[in-house]
Unconditional design. Structure first.
Length: 209
């Protein structure tokens, strides 16, 4: 390898490393809409006493990622269609165990159902994607499916798992899709809180070939 090629290679490695670092950095949340009334990390995580720190009553929420919010008890429903190969499974109703992949959708719904923390997001707001309390609402039945297996064998229109994870998207547990597959709650560089840019539908085509 000649010197300039080696330099380009080193630069490329450094850029990938920087990207990975930015993805994992939590402080990028500060100053975004997720830095709720300048509470920083405490908008979502409690160093002590579960959700009681934000006016809740259930200290047990702190057993899951030191969660500082109340938990949803809503039923959201699931997306389905004749061309779906995998099956989306209900995310809500009961609190997941700390080991269950649906956690990575359930936590978002602490606020994005517009019911559990209605002072932050009202049920009728566009941001209340779970919207179970809104009149005429379709819950998660009219949203991109979540809490289903990413299975490129069953659906040959999907890229291999390695393509998805190498690009910086997340599959949870045994390759399930959750809100956190596409969104990075701590980083709004690729608005709106996307793990990778969706310019030219790059996010969509990372999974759908
Ligand atoms: C708006 C809510 C929210 C805020 C604010 C927030 N987090 Fe998080 N945090 C989450 C969610 C949701 C997860 C689960 C991660 C996922 O979706 O993959 C998480 C996961 C984590 C984790 C464990 C997983 C990992 O990636 O290491 C740590 C550590 C963490 N957050 C630290 C922080 C710190 C430090 C801050 C403040 C600088 C912060 N968080 C602010 C919601 C939040
Ligand atoms: C503590 C409450 C809370 C949690 C937990 C939370 N969010 Fe949010 N989120 C908000 C608020 C508040 C806004 C701003 C809504 C508004 O302005 O109407 C927001 C906005 C957003 C936006 C839109 C940003 C924009 O600029 O339009 C996205 C996308 C988003 N959140 C995704 C997520 C995802 C995914 C999770 C879980 C991984 C999550 N949020 C967890 C409170 C939360
Ligand atoms: C398959 C990828 C994907 C998944 C899974 C996903 N989102 Fe999104 N989300 C997006 C994209 C892309 C946008 C930007 C849409 C746009 O620009 O019109 C978005 C936009 C949003 C917004 C901004 C308001 C809006 O409706 O445009 C919120 C809030 C949000 N997502 C929350 C969530 C929550 C909560 C979940 C899980 C229940 C979730 N998302 C799951 C890709 C996803
Ligand atoms: C993390 C991977 C991932 C990303 C990113 C992603 N999808 Fe999906 N999407 C899936 C999976 C997995 C399914 C379920 C496929 C199946 O089982 O048939 C699905 C299902 C769908 C369906 C329903 C298909 C049906 O048969 O009813 C549509 C439409 C869709 N996605 C569009 C999009 C769009 C548009 C984007 C970009 C905003 C996107 N997806 C981003 C993984 C992803």
């Amino acid at each position: 390898m000649n010197k300039s090629r080696a330099a380009i290679l080193i630069l490329a490695i450094a850029m990938v490393a920087t990207l990975a670092f930015a993805q994992n950095q939590k402080s990028t949340v500060i100053g975004t809409v997720h830095d709720i009334t300048s509470n920083g990390c405490k908008s979502c995580h409690a160093p002590h006493n579960g959700s009681v720190a934000t006016g809740g009553t259930d200290q047990s929420t702190g057993q899951i990622l030191l969660w500082d919010r109340g938990f949803t008890t809503q039923t959201f429903g699931t997306y389905d269609s004749p061309t779906m190969d995998s099956t989306a499974v209900e995310v809500g109703v009961t609190t997941p165990l700390a080991t269950q992949p649906r956690l990575y959708s359930f936590l978002c719904l602490s606020c994005h159902d517009g019911v559990t923390s209605p002072t932050l997001i009202a049920a009728g707001d566009i941001h209340a994607v779970g919207e179970p309390g809104s009149t005429g609402s379709y819950g998660l039945t009219n949203d991109h499916p979540i809490n289903m297996t990413y299975d490129p064998v069953a659906d040959t229109g999907l890229n291999p798992v390695a393509t998805v994870t190498t690009a910086g998207l997340m599959l949870y547990g045994t390759d399930t899709v959750q809100c956190g597959s596409c969104h990075n709650v701590h980083n709004n560089t690729n608005t709106p809180f996307l793990r990778i840019s969706n310019v030219n539908s790059a996010l969509c085509t990372t999974c759908h070939l």
